[in-house]
Design a protein around this ligand. Sequence first.
Ligand code: AMP
Length: 630
Amino acid sequence: MDLSSVHRRSIEDREGFWAEQAALIDWHKPFDKVLDFTNPPFTRWFVGGETNLCHNAIDRHLATLGDRPALIFVSTETGEERILTFAELHREVMRMAAIMQAQGVGKGDRVLIYMPMIPEAAIAMYACARIGAIHSVVFGGFASHSLATRIDDATPKLIVSADAGSRAGKVVPYKPLLDEAIALAAHKPARVLLVDRKLAPMDLVAGRDLDYATLRAAHFDAQVPVTWLESNEISYTLYTSGTTGKPKGVQRDVGGYAVALAASMKYIYCGNPGETYFSSSDIGWVVGHSYIVYGPLLAGMATIMYEGTPVRPDAGILWQLVERFKVTVMFSAPTAIRVLKKQDPAWLTRYDTSSLRALFLAGEPLDEPTAKWIAEGLGRPVIDNYWQTETGWPILTVAHGIEKTPTRFGSPGMAMYGYDVRLLHEQTGEEVGVNEKGVVAIVPPLPPGCMQTVWRDDRRFVDTYFTSIPGRQVYSTFDWGIRDADGYYFILGRTDDVINVAGHRLGTREIEESISSHPAVAECAVVGVADQLKGQVAIAFAVLKDAGSVAAADQRLALEGEIMRTVDRQLGAVARPGRVHFVTVLPKTRSGKVLRRSIQALCEGRDPGDLTTIEDPAALDQVRSAVTPG
Ligand code: AMP
């Protein structure tokens, strides 16, 4: 098999190709139709088929792998370790499912999960999948305002949370943020289920808050059968940032997602039943959904859930876990590797990592020096993946389960089967030539596993993703790319105002709204600026209501700190800008549009570009002098 002919077939004979892949999972009822694309760009896969993600991840393996590890939990924060076999995980999931059902949660109801990286978080996700409830996991690093927005959009019946997480040895309380978020939100969940790790004191709200341990004991012997779902019913929503202040609920189906993940485990990640998969991501991101919680188990692999950083207790911890659990497939992010790069390279060879078939890195651009450093230091193949929350699995990479295509530094690889990837001219919509820059676009129908729509907002799905390229209804990734003569793509950054900090996608608009909520701020602009460690970092420029209030340096410093704390409190530390500079005017076009790209260019020491439309050229001088050292 070669990748290009498999790819060609997946586009020319979509139904035949995906019908074959559908055999990788169990179906309770076979589908009537592989693909329904009668209402473009909405795509329905495996229409009429009935299946269940939890069944395919867990129940399906009970007979063959029941006593083999399924979920391996390691916390270097608290020192806890727990290994759950498939049989044990099955029982835990049924207990959790029974607790949810007892609270009236059923098919189609939303359950919002705001949890640290502990087994109960994954158990809650599987339990939702089991009973047909829709989970909506919110990253634990988000603070009350971000959480409140998501509570209002998802309108959950139940929230599952915990007293606290722990990061780099510091307890991070979750419950107070959750209480604050619920107070801020218009929607009030009927019940909140809390796992008490005994890390932080926690007050339970009478009549609303429930203690997980007590209910688990009450439902200890619960038997909860799987609820079979039509393939196109909703498995989950996951919020992602865009160009507006309001995050979008990326909505996924059941059958298409299960098939896409199972196929990717076979062709891209090459994982086998009984082996161990280790993704160092977080359940709050799409990687956590696809390749901590669902993908590995669908393939009969154990998955490692790791609470901790890559450098504690020492910079060998990731490789120590690889050795101990004989990890065959590992998934991490370039930022984690850049963090390790600052440490002694001897850590890379201290442990036996020969079990590793490959290390996959994704979520942000993988720069060549980092890729080389880790590939040489580890002596294992390093494979870049390019994809998005929206797609759920890789768009561009190499698929060694199909063909041993060599990787190229700086390139995530080629178009994956199922994705009809094109590079289009931003203005004309025409395809660009070899080595020419264009917008990375996908001609629909999108393959299985990709988002179905924006939760409760079909219009926004179409308007956001399918209208930006003139003349044709194609899906825009909002990334620039080029393709070389051999079909390798190179990603050149976003076409919109989304930034990527340490692999975390943030909308500059959300950060701007948070900064603007500070009473001293009149308006502001946030841009993403290249950063050696995090890939990008947010830098803010704020115009104050009273410019005189920061006449002195210590006043500036104090207000900058206050603004940063505002962002921390509302959005979480992930969104905190690296700097807040004070200016008296923002560079804008005559029609009032902030010239973010010019600001960004100046911050990165580049030429600010075409300034013919600028209202006040002096505004750029202020930006320039703010970011010029000395
Ligand atoms: P997210 O949805 O948070 O995973 O962010 C997706 C965005 O991250 C993409 O649209 C790209 O801008 C960026 N991205 C993800 N993976 C890669 C990669 N391998 N190389 C370059 N950029 C990437």
